[in-house]
Design a protein around this ligand. Structure first.
Ligand SMILES: O=C(O)[C@H]1O[C@H](OP(=O)(O)OP(=O)(O)OC[C@H]2O[C@@H](n3ccc(=O)[nH]c3=O)[C@H](O)[C@@H]2O)[C@H](O)[C@@H](O)[C@H]1O
Length: 435
């Protein structure tokens, strides 16, 4: 039996007996230890480089154990570069050249399409992960493709890819919408929130601060940063230091990170606190979307209520109003002031609420859907679970109104009508029920 067989697995607790074998075996022991530690060191280095997103430009995005990327990052080549350039080409006087992250997402698709329509150059980037049905993302991609928007397949943690895009196109603006969304999913997969909302945001800002010229950045924060705040309506000046979910905490962290990059590097940054955005091409993980699906299937739907049978309500905001808010923010964003990674003067730093200013109880949302679908819902009323949800949101939008005339015009009933029409045509009446 070798002396190593006696070595307990917990180093430090092991005290070597000074046996007659000791001096003879010490040398062998040292060699063995050296080999063990060297192997460990090499393994760690290997792991670091393997996981590092920028280690190789053509590697898949950094591995996140529970996030399933369906797209491997395959980019580069003359034809690919041509597509990038063509998509980002400005076609109107004083137009922008905008990099839209999360372009195959719900808000990303609508914003990209609106920018393209008015003559801005638009290039999308999306990792097409399967947090929800990727075929919906592919359908949105096809829609954008038809209007001339190319979506690069890749992750915002891939610094080499982002750098390459900035080498090809001197983007004037970045509309950063790539994120791990969803309040409740944060308890199942916390790492994905850190990966996208924190690490991803930082890698994007790192590339933007080095770009010459630096772009102005508008990015998606969230109404969830108000967390346990009880003062309503929520105003940008209210406290946001009590997040109720990890999702909210990562968005709040994003706002602080934005402050840092603005302060050190002169990046112009505008954060948008979206309030429960809904509409056609929406996100299947959101209540209005899966309620529709389940009502049509005759499945019961869980409706949350607050303590003492209190109402749970949201300031549901229609996608077209959000798009107007995004464009208004881009149009009023001032230029970044740094160059070559150095700040040359103070730069703009803003945060806006983009809501609808009229909260609606979730029970009313269900009643509207019942009327539109002509199907009675099987309601399963239950206590609001402790999973990051907050009982109530309500936006004060006077700041956005003052800065760029933001004025939402679509109420929940009207917006849901458009959503249901889209849902039935997209999935087809029969397929919609079968799903
Ligand atoms: O504004 C935001 O920043 C966030 O908006 C959205 O979060 P939420 O407002 O929570 O939307 P959503 O899940 O559709 O639940 C709607 C209502 O249905 C209730 N709800 C929900 C699920 C359920 O099973 N039952 C239920 O009653 C629930 O209690 C709630 O009252 C985005 O998903 C999020 O990514 C972020 O952008």
């Amino acid at each position: 039996m070798s002396h190593l067989d006696h070595t307990p697995s917990t180093p430090g607790k092991f005290k070597i007996d000074k046996s007659p074998y000791y001096s003879r075996t010490r040398w062998h022991s040292s060699v063995a230890k050296l080999t063990l530690w060297s192997s460990l060191f090499v393994a760690l280095i290997f792991l670091f480089f393997y996981r590092s997103p920028s280690s190789s430009s053509n590697n898949p995005p950094s591995s996140d154990p529970s996030r399933r990327y369906l797209a491997s990052a395959n980019w580069g080549g003359a034809a690919w570069e041509k597509r990038v350039r063509t998509s980002a080409r400005i076609r109107s006087r004083n137009g922008f050249s905008v990099l839209v992250t999360g372009a195959a997402g719900f808000v990303g698709t609508h914003v990209s399409s609106a920018l393209k329509r008015r003559g801005d150059g638009v290039l999308g980037i999306d990792n097409f992960n399967d947090y929800y049905d990727p075929t919906l993302k592919r359908a949105r991609q096809a829609l954008l493709e038809r209007s001339g928007v190319f979506i690069v397949e890749g992750d915002i943690n891939d610094v080499a890819l982002l750098k390459k895009l900035f080498d090809i196109v001197p983007f004037t603006h970045v509309m950063h919408l790539a994120a791990q969304a969803g309040v409740r999913y944060a308890m199942q997969n916390p790492g994905s929130y850190v990966h996208s909302n924190i690490a991803g945001f930082v890698s994007l800002l790192e590339v933007c601060k080095d770009a010459n010229p630096q772009p102005a950045i508008v990015w998606a924060s969230s109404s969830s940063v108000y967390g346990l705040n009880t003062k309503v309506p929520f105003s940008e000046k209210d406290r946001t230091d009590q997040p109720a979910s990890l999702y909210a905490a990562t968005k709040k962290a994003g706002e602080e990170i934005a402050h840092t990059y603005n302060h050190i590097y002169g990046l112009s940054l505008t954060g948008l606190r979206f309030f429960t955005v809904f509409g056609p091409w929406g996100r299947p993980d959101m209540a209005y979307f899966f309620f529709t699906k389940d009502i049509l299937k005759g499945k019961s739907i869980p409706i949350f209520e607050a303590a003492n049978h209190g109402t749970v309500a949201r300031d549901f905001t229609y996608i077209d109003d959000i798009v107007k808010g995004c464009l208004g923010s881009l149009d009023t964003a001032e230029k970044s002031t740094g160059s070559g990674g150095k700040k040359k003067g103070p730069a703009q730093l803003r945060v806006f609420n983009l809501g609808n200013t009229s909260p609606v109880p979730v029970t009313d949302l269900v009643s509207i859907l019942e009327r539109l679908l002509k199907v009675k819902a099987k309601r399963n009323v239950m206590k609001l679970p402790r999973n990051g949800d907050v009982p109530y949101t309500h936006a004060n939008i006077s700041y956005a109104q003052k800065e760029f005339g933001y004025k939402p015009t679509t109420d929940l009933q009207t917006g849901l009508k458009k959503f249901v029409r889209w849902y039935l045509s997209y999935y087809g009446d029969k397929k919609a029920v079968a799903r």
